[in-house]
Ligand binder design. Structure first.
Ligand code: 0WD
Length: 254
Protein backbone atom coordinates (compact mmCIF):
# COMPACT_ATOMS: atom_id res chain seq x y z
CA UNK A 1 0.00 0.00 0.00
CA UNK A 2 2.61 2.54 -1.12
CA UNK A 3 1.77 6.20 -1.64
CA UNK A 4 3.17 5.96 -5.18
CA UNK A 5 1.67 2.66 -6.34
CA UNK A 6 0.97 2.77 -10.07
CA UNK A 7 3.05 5.93 -10.55
CA UNK A 8 5.74 6.10 -13.24
CA UNK A 9 8.53 8.51 -12.35
CA UNK A 10 11.59 9.68 -14.29
CA UNK A 11 14.73 10.22 -12.15
CA UNK A 12 17.53 12.26 -13.77
CA UNK A 13 20.91 12.87 -12.13
CA UNK A 14 22.12 9.68 -10.48
CA UNK A 15 25.91 9.67 -10.80
CA UNK A 16 26.82 7.37 -7.91
CA UNK A 17 25.45 6.06 -4.60
CA UNK A 18 26.02 9.43 -2.90
CA UNK A 19 23.92 11.32 -5.44
CA UNK A 20 20.87 13.07 -4.04
CA UNK A 21 18.91 11.56 -6.95
CA UNK A 22 19.81 8.08 -5.69
CA UNK A 23 18.38 8.78 -2.22
CA UNK A 24 15.27 10.20 -3.89
CA UNK A 25 14.94 7.05 -6.03
CA UNK A 26 15.06 4.88 -2.92
CA UNK A 27 12.33 6.90 -1.18
CA UNK A 28 10.16 6.70 -4.30
CA UNK A 29 10.73 2.98 -4.82
CA UNK A 30 9.87 2.31 -1.16
CA UNK A 31 6.41 3.77 -1.86
CA UNK A 32 5.83 1.60 -4.90
CA UNK A 33 6.79 3.91 -7.77
CA UNK A 34 8.06 2.47 -11.03
CA UNK A 35 11.24 4.32 -12.01
CA UNK A 36 13.16 5.25 -15.13
CA UNK A 37 16.73 6.45 -14.61
CA UNK A 38 18.79 8.46 -17.05
CA UNK A 39 22.56 8.67 -17.27
CA UNK A 40 24.47 11.52 -18.84
CA UNK A 41 27.19 9.59 -20.66
CA UNK A 42 29.00 6.27 -20.90
CA UNK A 43 31.24 7.60 -18.13
CA UNK A 44 28.49 6.96 -15.56
CA UNK A 45 26.41 4.32 -17.37
CA UNK A 46 27.90 1.30 -15.59
CA UNK A 47 27.49 2.84 -12.14
CA UNK A 48 23.88 3.78 -12.81
CA UNK A 49 23.12 0.30 -14.20
CA UNK A 50 24.61 -1.34 -11.12
CA UNK A 51 22.62 0.86 -8.73
CA UNK A 52 19.34 0.73 -10.62
CA UNK A 53 19.70 -3.04 -10.81
CA UNK A 54 18.73 -3.05 -7.12
CA UNK A 55 15.35 -1.52 -7.96
CA UNK A 56 13.11 -4.08 -9.63
CA UNK A 57 11.36 -3.25 -12.89
CA UNK A 58 13.25 0.01 -13.46
CA UNK A 59 14.38 1.38 -16.83
CA UNK A 60 17.83 2.81 -17.54
CA UNK A 61 18.10 5.21 -20.46
CA UNK A 62 20.69 7.63 -21.88
CA UNK A 63 20.06 11.38 -21.79
CA UNK A 64 22.45 14.28 -21.90
CA UNK A 65 20.19 17.26 -21.14
CA UNK A 66 22.20 19.58 -23.40
CA UNK A 67 21.22 17.48 -26.45
CA UNK A 68 17.66 18.03 -27.76
CA UNK A 69 17.62 14.75 -29.71
CA UNK A 70 18.36 12.88 -26.47
CA UNK A 71 15.26 14.44 -24.91
CA UNK A 72 13.11 13.59 -27.92
CA UNK A 73 14.31 9.98 -27.86
CA UNK A 74 13.79 9.76 -24.08
CA UNK A 75 10.18 10.95 -24.41
CA UNK A 76 9.54 8.43 -27.21
CA UNK A 77 10.97 5.55 -25.21
CA UNK A 78 9.04 6.49 -22.06
CA UNK A 79 5.83 6.77 -24.04
CA UNK A 80 6.37 3.25 -25.34
CA UNK A 81 7.40 1.73 -22.01
CA UNK A 82 5.21 3.64 -19.53
CA UNK A 83 2.45 5.13 -21.65
CA UNK A 84 1.70 7.70 -18.96
CA UNK A 85 4.31 9.55 -16.88
CA UNK A 86 3.39 10.88 -13.40
CA UNK A 87 6.57 12.47 -12.13
CA UNK A 88 9.95 13.93 -13.04
CA UNK A 89 12.90 14.34 -10.67
CA UNK A 90 15.52 16.76 -12.06
CA UNK A 91 18.71 16.56 -9.98
CA UNK A 92 21.28 17.89 -12.43
CA UNK A 93 23.78 20.73 -12.31
CA UNK A 94 27.20 21.57 -13.66
CA UNK A 95 29.71 24.41 -13.59
CA UNK A 96 33.43 24.37 -14.33
CA UNK A 97 35.51 24.13 -11.16
CA UNK A 98 37.50 27.24 -12.12
CA UNK A 99 34.25 29.25 -11.90
CA UNK A 100 33.55 27.93 -8.38
CA UNK A 101 36.33 29.82 -6.66
CA UNK A 102 37.66 33.34 -6.60
CA UNK A 103 35.51 36.24 -7.72
CA UNK A 104 32.16 35.97 -9.50
CA UNK A 105 33.10 39.02 -11.52
CA UNK A 106 35.71 36.88 -13.32
CA UNK A 107 33.13 34.40 -14.67
CA UNK A 108 33.70 33.74 -18.38
CA UNK A 109 30.96 34.07 -21.02
CA UNK A 110 31.35 30.36 -21.81
CA UNK A 111 31.31 29.24 -18.20
CA UNK A 112 28.23 31.33 -17.47
CA UNK A 113 26.36 29.93 -20.48
CA UNK A 114 27.35 26.35 -19.68
CA UNK A 115 26.20 26.60 -16.05
CA UNK A 116 22.88 28.12 -17.16
CA UNK A 117 22.35 25.52 -19.88
CA UNK A 118 22.94 22.41 -17.77
CA UNK A 119 21.73 23.68 -14.40
CA UNK A 120 18.73 25.88 -15.26
CA UNK A 121 17.56 25.65 -18.88
CA UNK A 122 17.62 21.85 -18.69
CA UNK A 123 14.60 21.94 -16.36
CA UNK A 124 12.67 23.90 -18.99
CA UNK A 125 13.75 21.53 -21.78
CA UNK A 126 12.97 18.41 -19.76
CA UNK A 127 9.54 19.80 -18.77
CA UNK A 128 8.73 20.71 -22.38
CA UNK A 129 9.46 17.18 -23.58
CA UNK A 130 7.90 15.30 -20.65
CA UNK A 131 4.68 17.16 -19.83
CA UNK A 132 2.85 15.81 -22.92
CA UNK A 133 3.29 12.32 -21.37
CA UNK A 134 1.81 13.49 -18.05
CA UNK A 135 -1.77 13.10 -19.22
CA UNK A 136 -3.11 12.25 -15.75
CA UNK A 137 -1.42 15.28 -14.15
CA UNK A 138 1.67 14.92 -12.02
CA UNK A 139 4.64 16.45 -10.32
CA UNK A 140 7.96 17.84 -11.54
CA UNK A 141 10.71 18.71 -9.06
CA UNK A 142 14.26 20.04 -9.10
CA UNK A 143 17.16 20.56 -6.67
CA UNK A 144 18.40 24.00 -5.68
CA UNK A 145 20.57 25.68 -3.05
CA UNK A 146 20.58 28.74 -0.77
CA UNK A 147 23.21 30.31 -3.05
CA UNK A 148 20.27 31.25 -5.31
CA UNK A 149 18.88 33.59 -2.63
CA UNK A 150 22.04 35.08 -1.22
CA UNK A 151 25.74 35.29 -1.86
CA UNK A 152 27.51 32.15 -0.65
CA UNK A 153 31.28 32.18 -0.95
CA UNK A 154 32.65 30.34 -4.04
CA UNK A 155 29.17 29.32 -5.25
CA UNK A 156 29.39 32.16 -7.78
CA UNK A 157 28.07 31.27 -11.24
CA UNK A 158 26.11 28.34 -9.82
CA UNK A 159 24.22 30.69 -7.49
CA UNK A 160 23.11 32.71 -10.49
CA UNK A 161 22.12 29.52 -12.33
CA UNK A 162 20.11 28.37 -9.29
CA UNK A 163 18.34 31.75 -9.16
CA UNK A 164 17.31 31.21 -12.80
CA UNK A 165 16.28 27.65 -11.93
CA UNK A 166 14.05 28.83 -9.07
CA UNK A 167 12.41 31.47 -11.26
CA UNK A 168 11.92 28.78 -13.92
CA UNK A 169 10.11 26.64 -11.33
CA UNK A 170 7.59 29.46 -10.87
CA UNK A 171 7.06 30.14 -14.58
CA UNK A 172 6.73 26.42 -15.35
CA UNK A 173 4.26 26.01 -12.48
CA UNK A 174 2.16 28.82 -13.93
CA UNK A 175 2.20 27.20 -17.40
CA UNK A 176 1.57 23.60 -16.43
CA UNK A 177 -0.93 24.02 -13.60
CA UNK A 178 -3.80 23.95 -16.11
CA UNK A 179 -2.76 20.38 -16.95
CA UNK A 180 -2.76 19.34 -13.30
CA UNK A 181 1.03 19.32 -13.28
CA UNK A 182 2.83 20.82 -10.27
CA UNK A 183 6.42 22.14 -10.36
CA UNK A 184 8.49 22.62 -7.21
CA UNK A 185 12.05 22.73 -5.94
CA UNK A 186 13.88 21.44 -2.88
CA UNK A 187 16.57 23.73 -1.51
CA UNK A 188 18.88 21.29 0.27
CA UNK A 189 21.54 22.02 2.82
CA UNK A 190 25.10 21.15 1.78
CA UNK A 191 25.73 17.41 1.28
CA UNK A 192 29.04 15.77 0.41
CA UNK A 193 28.49 14.44 -3.15
CA UNK A 194 30.45 14.39 -6.41
CA UNK A 195 29.01 17.80 -7.33
CA UNK A 196 30.03 19.24 -3.94
CA UNK A 197 33.63 18.19 -4.62
CA UNK A 198 33.84 21.09 -7.07
CA UNK A 199 33.11 23.66 -4.37
CA UNK A 200 36.09 25.09 -2.54
CA UNK A 201 36.11 25.03 1.29
CA UNK A 202 33.14 22.66 1.40
CA UNK A 203 34.22 21.36 4.83
CA UNK A 204 33.94 24.75 6.46
CA UNK A 205 30.46 25.13 4.96
CA UNK A 206 29.42 21.84 6.58
CA UNK A 207 30.88 22.95 9.93
CA UNK A 208 28.94 26.21 9.83
CA UNK A 209 25.72 24.28 9.34
CA UNK A 210 26.46 21.98 12.29
CA UNK A 211 27.09 25.03 14.44
CA UNK A 212 24.29 27.33 13.35
CA UNK A 213 21.38 25.32 11.91
CA UNK A 214 18.43 25.00 14.31
CA UNK A 215 18.71 21.19 14.07
CA UNK A 216 22.52 21.39 14.70
CA UNK A 217 23.35 18.83 12.04
CA UNK A 218 24.02 18.65 8.33
CA UNK A 219 21.42 17.51 5.84
CA UNK A 220 21.19 13.81 4.94
CA UNK A 221 20.25 12.68 1.46
CA UNK A 222 17.46 10.51 2.90
CA UNK A 223 15.81 13.66 4.32
CA UNK A 224 15.76 15.13 0.82
CA UNK A 225 14.53 11.79 -0.55
CA UNK A 226 11.53 11.74 1.75
CA UNK A 227 10.58 15.34 0.91
CA UNK A 228 10.87 14.48 -2.79
CA UNK A 229 8.58 11.51 -2.18
CA UNK A 230 6.05 13.88 -0.57
CA UNK A 231 6.31 16.23 -3.58
CA UNK A 232 5.73 13.33 -5.99
CA UNK A 233 2.72 12.11 -3.99
CA UNK A 234 -0.92 13.12 -3.66
CA UNK A 235 -0.06 14.47 -0.16
CA UNK A 236 1.43 17.62 -1.73
CA UNK A 237 -1.44 18.17 -4.20
CA UNK A 238 -1.99 21.78 -3.10
CA UNK A 239 1.64 22.86 -3.56
CA UNK A 240 3.13 24.28 -6.75
CA UNK A 241 5.70 26.91 -7.72
CA UNK A 242 7.27 26.46 -4.27
CA UNK A 243 10.84 26.07 -3.04
CA UNK A 244 10.96 23.91 0.12
CA UNK A 245 14.09 24.18 2.28
CA UNK A 246 15.36 20.84 3.55
CA UNK A 247 18.35 22.20 5.41
CA UNK A 248 17.78 21.70 9.14
CA UNK A 249 16.51 25.27 9.20
CA UNK A 250 19.86 26.83 8.30
CA UNK A 251 18.30 29.39 5.95
CA UNK A 252 16.42 31.12 8.79
CA UNK A 253 19.56 31.84 10.80
CA UNK A 254 22.69 31.45 8.63
O1 0WD B 1 25.38 20.03 -1.34
C1 0WD B 1 24.88 19.51 -2.33
N1 0WD B 1 25.38 18.40 -2.84
C2 0WD B 1 23.67 20.13 -2.94
C3 0WD B 1 23.29 19.80 -4.22
C4 0WD B 1 22.91 21.13 -2.15
C5 0WD B 1 21.76 21.67 -2.83
C6 0WD B 1 21.45 21.31 -4.11
N2 0WD B 1 22.22 20.40 -4.79
C7 0WD B 1 21.83 20.06 -6.16
C8 0WD B 1 22.91 20.14 -7.21
O2 0WD B 1 23.20 21.46 -7.58
C9 0WD B 1 22.25 19.34 -8.33
O3 0WD B 1 21.29 20.16 -8.98
O4 0WD B 1 21.36 18.75 -6.23
C10 0WD B 1 21.50 18.26 -7.56
C11 0WD B 1 22.20 16.91 -7.52
O5 0WD B 1 23.53 17.07 -7.10
P1 0WD B 1 24.37 16.00 -6.27
O6 0WD B 1 23.56 14.80 -6.01
O7 0WD B 1 24.99 16.73 -5.15
O8 0WD B 1 25.57 15.69 -7.28
P2 0WD B 1 25.94 14.49 -8.27
O9 0WD B 1 25.84 13.18 -7.60
O10 0WD B 1 27.26 14.85 -8.88
O11 0WD B 1 24.82 14.56 -9.40
C12 0WD B 1 24.73 15.60 -10.34
C13 0WD B 1 24.71 14.96 -11.71
C14 0WD B 1 26.01 14.78 -12.47
O12 0WD B 1 26.98 14.17 -11.89
P3 0WD B 1 28.53 14.54 -12.31
O13 0WD B 1 29.12 14.85 -10.98
O14 0WD B 1 28.99 13.29 -12.95
O15 0WD B 1 28.57 15.76 -13.20
O16 0WD B 1 24.10 15.72 -12.70
C15 0WD B 1 24.29 15.00 -13.90
C16 0WD B 1 25.44 14.09 -13.70
O17 0WD B 1 25.03 12.77 -13.54
N3 0WD B 1 24.61 15.80 -15.05
C17 0WD B 1 23.97 15.65 -16.21
N4 0WD B 1 22.96 14.84 -16.58
C18 0WD B 1 22.54 14.91 -17.85
N5 0WD B 1 23.08 15.74 -18.74
C19 0WD B 1 24.58 16.53 -17.09
C20 0WD B 1 24.10 16.56 -18.41
N6 0WD B 1 24.61 17.38 -19.35
N7 0WD B 1 25.58 17.19 -16.44
C21 0WD B 1 25.57 16.75 -15.19
Amino acid sequence: SGLLNGKNILVMGVANDRSIAWAIAQSLAAQGARLAFTYESERVEERVRKLAGNIPDSLILPCNVTVDEDLVRLADTLKGEFGVLHGVVHSIAFARTEELEGMFVDTSRDGYALAQDISAFSLVAVSKHMYPLMTEGGSIMTMTYLGAERVMRNYNVMGVAKAALEASVRYLAADLGQHGIRVNGISAGPIRTLAAKGIKDFNSILHQVEEKAPLRKTTETAEVGDTAMFLMSHLSRGITGEIIHVDGGYNIVG
